[in-house]
Design a protein. Sequence first.
Length: 226
Amino acid sequence: MIDELLPGPVVAVEAYGVEEAGRAALYPEEQAVMLRAVAKRRREFAAVRECARRAMEKLGVPRQPVLPGAGGAPGWPAGLVGSMTHCDGYYAAALGRAADVASLGIDAEPHEPLPQEVLPAVTLPDERHLLDRLAEQRPDVHWPKLLFSAKESVYKAWFPLTGEWLDFTEADVDIRTSPGAPHTGTFRARLLVPGPLVGERRLTHFDGRWTVRAGLLATAVTVPAH
């Protein structure tokens, strides 16, 4: 599912089910980070890192630990950029070479309604008008949850480039549908604060793609290196 949202230079690995979580093992350095975590959190932590290690192998990079760094963002091997996500029974990781990709952000969520009380905190007025229009056109999609996921992917791509927090209200997301592909589309997040520099260009927005299927929705943002 995730790999369909990413360009050719990026590799993705995904896994489903509790069995996958139970089989994944941690490196000693990762075990030390998880000493006080509950069993469910340890299983998720291990399963998504197993996806990341399989992605490393696809790129010809030896398997190695993936430790949380600043802000909880994963620390990747030198020369790689990546992102990970998991939700109930689903785990995914995406990796690319820094020569091709400046940053990545992926997110997966259960395809279910966003709690109504959360909506005002994560959306702007124009976004709420957009969600109303989309709901009229396609009532089978939980658009607020998809917009929430898009902003999660934007943040995951933003943070490695800046080392700073990006509030939900500091990016204005426009979701676009594809008439010929009703369960997939694109989105653009217009930054309402100064964007990071990538090479000599200042980013003003992040572009991404989305899909909905099999009880899940997924979003992905890719920032090209050039």
